[in-house]
Design a protein around this ligand. Sequence first.
Ligand SMILES: *[C@@H]1O[C@H](CO)[C@@H](O)[C@H](O)[C@H]1NC(C)=O
Length: 155
Amino acid sequence: MAQISAVVLVVMTTLTQQQGTGEEIAPQNMNLTQAQEMFKQTYKELDLNHDLLVDLREFMEPYLKHDHDNNMAVTLAEFLQQAPAEENQEILTSDFRFHDQNHDDVISVPEMQSQFSNIDTDENKEITEAEFIAYGTKLFTEKSHPSFQQPPVGK
Ligand SMILES: *[C@@H]1O[C@H](CO)[C@@H](O)[C@H](O)[C@H]1NC(C)=O
């Protein structure tokens, strides 16, 4: 679980919480400061060569490491293998769907590029920490990532 993506990070935090292995707070219970701290940490993990910039290659790595057949696309089935336990399926699936924009159960390179471009607001092909935190803050305040939404009542 060491290396996590922008998004998968959110999932992993929740999984850790569910497994009771740490003091982690579930993303839906975080305040803004805690969410930004989490995104800062994720950014560090994305920046593999520690040059304080994240390029497309680095950005795609946390997805492509689940691409077991090396076809430059991650299927839902491949993605679920990272934490096969039954109780993890729902949260991983909802995170996957967040990235799978056309809902064909595959996260493709164009979809990763599209998300990259969304975050890279000055369009210089590098994501800075400030751009990444700004994106994370937006996900948090708009609750546009499923991990920041409260689970349905009764769960
Ligand atoms: C967020 O929560 C932490 C931990 O409970 C607390 O220390 C911090 O003051 C809170 N920040 C805000 C802005 O509410």
